[in-house]
Structures are given as structure tokens and as C-alpha cells.
Design a protein around this ligand. Structure first.
Ligand code: DAH
Length: 349
């Protein structure tokens, strides 16, 4: 009997040592110590033994039981520790590893320029207003002193939708809208940026482009003059294109201003020395401007005896091209990521 118990102990020890995981250990525990185990059967059979043998065998069995239990316990502790170590290893997070790069879109150069223009004028106390792209003939032409049949309408071949409605050819339409909307006829200081449309079909013009319009109206006694217009455009252009930019005012004609001027800026590429871009003149024509025509004031509810002001307008696309040295206008509209990604957000503040 003693040998048998020894044998059980030996086999149990070996088996416990072989176990690799907690589930197997649990199964083995049932097999070695459970109700149907060899040790339990031995205990059950104690009654068949002699008075003398019974306590001896009983204590041997209990000893074996205790020993096996202990061995199982320490095996369990070791396996648990091993499982935890494995889990930790598997779930390890390297907080020093570089993170995955999040790619962000970049702001379109046109939108950048629009925002910059808005910032410049807001800093000078201007309101930023908007107007509809689908405009009426009345606001786009009539109220700007361009009546039906006026030759200046030929300058702007238009996309008419109906007889009355067209896609606006100029943001100047918003001048009239702002004056009409201002019921108190109080002074106006506004800019408007937005899309404009013309029926251009040559290679260097797009049928859709962007303009910025500016309008200042004040009481006559404030003496809003050409000097104010010049000063304003100088600040605008120098902030946009660099502090050394010079401006040149050339008399011109626009129906809604009198006198009217076209404004040239020193070529951003050669600084005014003359190069192919400025056709060796040193100047680039950029803006239209002038003092608001008294008839325009009158037609839009401002008494020209009491008010005066100035207006100006320019193409944003060309401005963006000059500012960023973009050589082909099509880059602005073809959404090539290689082009757009150059205008990364990193220099934004
Ligand atoms: N609307 C003109 C154009 O599209 C530009 C312009 C000229 C705007 C003179 C003005 C202005 O406000 O006073 O060519």
C-alpha cells in the first residue's frame, strides 16, 4: 500500500511539472484529488483494512493529498504569473514610438488671398459683405450707370440666364446692393469678395474668376477724396505684395466712377526694372478705381449733394498668381494635389 501511495505521489509530481496552462492544471487537479481520484478511492477503501493499518494508511494518503495540493498551488501561482507576463508583453504600448501622421488638406491659394484681403480691410474698419452670384441686370448694370445699350456693357460679355437674370460679371453689383440695403443712408465702408463670371473663350481667361470690390461713402464735409483712395490702395497693395510696391494711377473710364483710374503696381518679379512678365514696362495693371459717380449715388438713394466716396475693384486670381508666383492660371482650378499641397498650413498663425 505504501508503495502504491508513493507511486501516486511520484506520478502526480511528474504530471504537475508537465502542465503548461491553468486550464490543464484545473483538469489535473480534479483527476488527482477529485471524488473519483485514486487517492479518494484509497480513502474509501480504508474500511477494508485492519484496525492497525487504517490510521497509518489514512495518514499516508492525507500526506500525499496535502503534498499534491501544495504542488498544484505553487504550479498555479507560477502559471498565473506567466500568464500575466504574457498578457503584459502582448499589450505593451511603446509611448516613445512615433505617432501615425495625420495628413490635413491645405487651404486653397485663392481662399488664402481672400482671407488676407478681408483681414487687411477689417483692420481698417471695413465691413465684409456678400452679394448673390445670380444677379439681376438692374444691380449688375443699370444701377451702376450702365443703361441698356451702353457701350461699356460690351466689355463684359455675360452669361444671361433669363432676360433679367445673369451670373454677375463684376462684384460692383454689390455696391448698389449695399447702398440700397442701407435704409438710414449712413456712411458705408465695405468690401465684398466673391465669384464672378464672363463669357471668355480665350486661353488666358477663365469663365469664372474672383473679384474684390471696395466702396466707401461718407458725408461731403468729411472730404473723402482721391488722396484717401490712393492711401487705401497703397496700404492694400503693400500689405499684399510687399512694402516696396509702388502704385501708378492712370486715368481711365468706368461708368460708375468719375474720375476713374486704372492702377498699376510695380512688377513683383523684377521690382520695376522691366522683365518679360511686365512686358518690360516694370508695371502690372491690377485695379480699377475712382470716385463714385454722382449718378450712381443718386440712383441708389444717396444724395450726391450730401455724400461722396470712392470705389475700387480687382481680380483675386491674378493677385494670388502675383503673390505666389503662379505662372499658369489653370493651376488655380484643376485641383492638382501636388500644386495645392505647397500651400500647407504650417505658416498659418
Ligand atoms: N468692376 C470693374 C471690372 O470688373 C472693376 C472696377 C473698376 C471696380 C472701377 C470698381 C471701380 O469699383 O471703381 O473690371
Amino acid at each position: 500500500m505504501k508503495e502504491k501511495i508513493e507511486e501516486i505521489r511520484k506520478v502526480a509530481k511528474e504530471k504537475i511539472e508537465e502542465i503548461q496552462n491553468l486550464q490543464e492544471l484545473q483538469d489535473l487537479k480534479v483527476k488527482l484529488l477529485g471524488k473519483k481520484s485514486e487517492l479518494s478511492n484509497l480513502l474509501k477503501g480504508l474500511g477494508t483494512l485492519s484496525q492497525e493499518e487504517r490510521p497509518k494508511v489514512g495518514s499516508l494518503v492525507n500526506e500525499a493529498r496535502n503534498e499534491i495540493e501544495q504542488k498544484i498551488q505553487s504550479a498555479e501561482a507560477i502559471l498565473k504569473e506567466k500568464a500575466m507576463a504574457q498578457k503584459l508583453e502582448k499589450e505593451k504600448i511603446d509611448i516613445t514610438a512615433p505617432s501615425t501622421k495625420i495628413t490635413r488638406g491645405s487651404k486653397h491659394p485663392i481662399n488664402r488671398v481672400i482671407e488676407e484681403i478681408q483681414d487687411i480691410f477689417v483692420s481698417m474698419g471695413y465691413d465684409v459683405v456678400e452679394g448673390p452670384e445670380l444677379e439681376t441686370d438692374e444691380f449688375c448694370f443699370e444701377r451702376l450707370n450702365l443703361p441698356q445699350g451702353h457701350p461699356a456693357r460690351d466689355m463684359q460679355d455675360s452669361f444671361y440666364i433669363t432676360e433679367e437674370y445673369l451670373l454677375r460679371t463684376q462684384t460692383s453689383a454689390v455696391q448698389a446692393r449695399t447702398m440700397i440695403a442701407n435704409e438710414e443712408k449712413s456712411p458705408i465702408r465695405m468690401i465684398c469678395t466673391g465669384k464672378t463670371y464672363r463669357r471668355e473663350d480665350d486661353a488666358t481667361h477663365s469663365h469664372q474668376f474672383n473679384q474684390v470690390e471696395g466702396l466707401v461713402i461718407d458725408y461731403k464735409e468729411k472730404n473723402t477724396s482721391l488722396a484717401d483712395l490712393k492711401g487705401t490702395l497703397e496700404v492694400f497693395m503693400r500689405k499684399m505684395l510687399g512694402p516696396n510696391t509702388q502704385l501708378r494711377f492712370r486715368p481711365s473710364y468706368f461708368p460708375f466712377t468719375e474720375p476713374s483710374y486704372e492702377v498699376d503696381v510695380t512688377c513683383f518679379k523684377c521690382g520695376g526694372k522691366g522683365c518679360p512678365l511686365c512686358k518690360k514696362t516694370g508695371w502690372i495693371e491690377l485695379l480699377g478705381s475712382g470716385m463714385v459717380h454722382p449718378r450712381v449715388l443718386e440712383m441708389n438713394g444717396y444724395d450726391p449733394e450730401k455724400y461722396s466716396g470712392f470705389a475700387f475693384g480687382t481680380g483675386i486670381d491674378r493677385l494670388a498668381m502675383f503673390k505666389y508666383g503662379i505662372t499658369d492660371m489653370r493651376y488655380l482650378y484643376t485641383n492638382d494635389v501636388r500644386f495645392l499641397s505647397q500651400f500647407d498650413r504650417k505658416d498659418e498663425n
